[in-house]
Design a binder for this molecule. Structure first.
Ligand code: TRP
Length: 454
């Protein structure tokens, strides 16, 4: 089974397997690291509201569409568009997806490496007894260094490559099923501690009381980008996973479960972070280190906090791993199916290429920090370009493809499993993919470029 693409296509073995794998891709650093820090930088409640709106009106239809494309074509994103739309330029979406996969892996694995560092620090007792400002100092020193962040990056990339080499079924399903519920339990524990700290109310108000004066074009674009990023949509990850879903599964309900789980985890992460942050007197706009400073700080205020911190960071690393494998899988599936490489060579080549870009990304937070493109360091640039531009653009074309190009009958057949399931949501879904989602994405783009003004 090491060559899932020879003979019968590898597939997920159960409905729970599908949801677990897609949720494993969606749930990760996007929910626990990125959601709180981006929400913090964009004003809190109002951002959350727009985010939720985008998740439902754009994210869910894009996810269903990716599943439909992947399962009908049984191919990687590039191959899928070539097959479903021969001789048309739709395959460019697939290529953009492969490019985005490289870029996402470079910065995502950097942050995933941080989780390993914090696991290690917890293991060696170094988080113990640290004050909030010491924790801040510790994060900054670590992040600006070269050797350790690079080492953890490479270790994490290595783990990702190893799992990809072992194939889809064995590799992906096994790890997601047990560990994610554990992470959820720990997150909820953190929430309980966070909201019972004195002065935590301000944090809850920040998160749930929308202040509409905070809405700017930037906030709206960030909400869209975060929705795409967190759901793993817009670059073909879920086209690739869709191609491994068996014909009898219900695509729409699977997507719905994944979207719901992903969103709940993000909100729970928010409830863990913001009350504690305000209680400790920190600023919500403190950037990408937020979670790595606040979460150890909360653990410091709990009995057995050091043990919990240890478990938390290793589970977070696993959550990140189920996401990185889903991104690497896009590149590998492309190289194997289109360039006819062996799975092994494809994995090695992709891992090496990502590592080169990753090296620059890691160093851009320290010694290469003065290299600025569009006012951002390499890390920030990759994050911005992928989540805010490439993923929404990919999603835009994916819904246009299903809404306007692909036959409605084939879409319906795919969603009903050739008439076996009912699909009462079809009219709503078709309205969303034809009109609402593409128009909304277009408006956000034009608005954030300043071309459209309200
Ligand atoms: N959604 C994942 C997270 O929130 C990250 C991720 C995995 C991703 N696959 C992706 C993001 C594809 C964008 C596109 O951690």
């Amino acid at each position: 089974m090491n060559e899932p693409f020879s003979g019968e296509r590898d597939s997920f073995t159960s409905k729970f397997g599908v949801i677990a794998a897609a949720a494993g891709s969606a749930i990760g650093l996007g929910n626990i690291w990125r959601f709180p820090y981006v929400t913090g930088e964009n004003g809190g409640g109002a951002f959350l509201l727009i985010y939720l709106l985008f998740v439902m009106a754009i994210g869910l239809p894009v996810m269903i569409s990716e599943f439909v494309i992947g399962r009908s074509a049984q191919k990687n994103p590039y191959g899928a568009f070539r097959m479903l739309a021969p001789g048309r330029p739709w395959f460019l979406i697939g290529l953009m997806g492969v490019a985005a996969a490289f870029m996402i892996l470079a910065f995502y694995t950097t942050v995933a490496g941080w989780t390993l560092e914090y696991f290690y620090q917890a293991l060696t007792g170094n988080l113990s007894g640290k004050t909030d400002s010491e924790l801040t100092q510790m994060f900054n020193d670590f992040q600006q260094g070269s050797f350790r962040p690079l080492l953890w990056f490479l270790i994490f990339m290595g783990f990702t490559a190893m799992i990809i080499l072992s194939g889809v079924r064995k590799g992906i399903e096994k790890y997601t099923k047990i560990l994610m519920p554990l992470l959820l339990i720990l997150l909820i524990t953190l929430c309980v501690r966070s909201v019972t700290l004195e002065g935590s109310g301000a944090g809850l108000r920040f998160l749930f009381n929308p202040d509409f004066s905070k809405i700017t074009p930037k906030v709206i674009l960030e909400a869209l980008g975060q929705a795409f990023f967190s759901l793993s949509i817009g670059m073909g990850t879920l086209i690739t996973y869709g191609s491994y879903i068996r014909k009898k599964e219900n695509l729409a309900s699977s997507a719905f479960y994944v979207v719901t789980a992903d969103t709940l985890i993000a909100i729970i992460a928010g409830i863990a972070i913001f009350p504690a942050l305000f209680a400790l007197g920190g600023s919500p706009a403190s950037g990408s280190g937020l979670v790595f400073i606040v979460i150890p700080a909360i653990f410091q205020k709990m009995p057995l906090g050091d043990v919990f911190a240890l478990i938390f960071f290793i589970l977070l690393a696993v959550a990140a791993l189920t996401s990185t494998i889903s991104v690497l899988e896009v590149i590998v599936a492309y190289l194997v199916e289109e360039l006819k490489m062996t799975r092994r060579n494809a994995t090695v080549a992709a891992t090496l290429a990502v590592s080169v870009l990753g090296l620059l990304t890691v160093l851009s937070l320290g010694s290469l920090g003065n290299i600025k493109i569009l006012g951002r360091n390499i890390f920030g640039l990759l994050e911005y370009l992928t989540s805010n531009i490439m993923l929404p653009l990919g999603g835009f074309f994916i819904v246009l493809f299903i809404g306007w190009f692909y036959s409605r009958k084939k879409t319906r057949d795919e969603l009903t499993n050739d008439g076996e399931l009912r699909a009462g949501y079809m009219p709503v879904y078709m309205f969303l993919v034809k009109f609402a989602a593409p128009i909304a994405i277009a408006i956000v783009f034009l608005y954030s470029l300043g071309i459209l003004k309200f």
